[in-house]
Design a protein around this ligand. Structure first.
Ligand SMILES: [Zn+2]
Length: 366
């Protein structure tokens, strides 16, 4: 999945996305499916360089620091760590070779930069269900339209595979000139290196559907000639705060570290996974407080049971069936949380433990 661009990690939007994928991975593994989980770290990207420039720090330092924040937060929140977290800066030779192959096979052309030629991929727009007009509108909104014309892009939808770097950005040698990769090709190359030409599930936040995943799909399938690049695409909703999308530009980020000052990690995790992965929702402190009360009840139940030293019993079948059916139904975590609440009410400790492992991972109860 697409992981962080490490320049401003650690807010609720990130935590929500990564915990949803954590529940998904844990649910598969609890059912006996072996999962190989790769999470990309985009440490070569415009927003990271802009932030480094603004703060007058080295981009590598900033990326290292923010990647550590991300891993620290997710460790506290009890994730099952990805099997691999590749960084773009370690993968440049492979990216250059993929870009070269795209050019040789006629899917890319070089003018002022190396561009992917979207006219060679008729399905462009199919993943995001967008018309050409709608794609152009989105690119304009994000200021990614660029220049079209002789010596530049042939078409406004074409996107950069390789470009020259600004003086304060890193540059790597390549046959297209010294420079750096475009964002989309980075993720395609890392996904294919560690998971192969076709993968089962590819995910990220919903803001990545277009243009990032649309472009990833186009260039990956053009590279390998294999379709689909990913069997399923899973996108998480946006977290709002005080009615507005949580974002750096609005300055309304709620950080994981802030929330952990008010509630145990398991409570924050429970509160986040009480929302449907694909929905947008509003972060409210009262919701976190309610989750903390429930976690305390659960902690007491488990502590009492540990003291009682009763022989272990199998979890209630009806409870577990409901829990598993909920998650099998397009990862309906709110319904799975209701099953966990029922298990606590019924004092079915074995069921509580099994459900806790999937929903709350190793997050601490107090
Ligand atoms: Zn990505």
């Amino acid at each position: 999945m697409c992981g962080v661009t490490p320049y401003d990690s650690g807010h609720m939007g990130h935590a929500f996305t990564f915990l949803m994928f954590d529940v998904l991975v844990r649910f598969f593994e609890a059912g006996g499916t072996r999962v190989k989980y790769v999470q990309n770290v985009t440490d070569v990207d415009d927003p990271l360089f802009e932030r480094a420039r603004r703060d007058g720090v080295d981009w590598r330092e900033l990326a290292d620091r923010e990647t550590k924040v991300h891993v620290r937060d997710m460790t506290v929140l009890g994730w099952r760590p990805p099997d691999k977290m590749p960084r773009v800066s370690d993968e440049i030779p492979r990216i250059v070779s993929a870009a070269t192959r795209l050019q040789t096979s006629g899917h890319a052309y070089k003018t002022d930069a190396l561009y992917f030629d979207t006219s060679t991929y008729p399905e462009f727009g199919r993943l995001s269900h967008r018309s050409r007009r709608s794609m152009l509108r989105k690119l304009r909104e994000e200021e990614l339209l660029g220049t079209v014309g002789p010596g530049a892009k042939h078409d406004a939808l074409d996107f950069t595979l390789w470009r020259g770097s600004r003086p304060d950005e890193p540059a790597w040698p390549s046959k297209f000139g010294a420079g750096r990769p475009g964002w989309h090709i980075e993720c395609s190359v890392m996904a294919m290196r560690y998971l192969g030409p076709q993968i089962d599930i590819h995910g990220g936040g919903r803001d990545l559907v277009f243009s990032h995943h649309e472009s990833e799909r186009a260039q990956s399938e053009s590279l390998t000639g294999k379709s689909p690049f990913s069997q399923a695409w899973v996108h998480t909703g946006m977290v709002r705060y005080q009615g507005r999308k949580m974002s750096k530009s609005l300055g309304n980020l709620v950080k994981v570290s802030q929330a952990l000052q008010r509630a145990p990690a398991a409570a924050l995790r429970l509160y986040l996974v009480s929302h449907r992965y694909r929905s947008d929702w509003n972060f409210e402190w009262a919701g976190l407080t309610r989750a903390a009360r429930f976690i305390e009840r659960m902690r007491k139940l488990l502590a009492d049971e540990a003291r009682a030293k009763r022989p272990k019993r199998a979890p209630g079948r009806a409870l577990m069936a409901e829990f598993n059916a909920a998650l099998a139904d397009d990862l309906d975590t709110p319904r799975a949380v209701r099953a966990l609440r029922a298990a606590v009410r019924q004092k079915d400790v074995a069921a509580v433990q099994a459900m806790r492992e999937v929903l709350l991972g190793t997050a601490a109860l107090s």
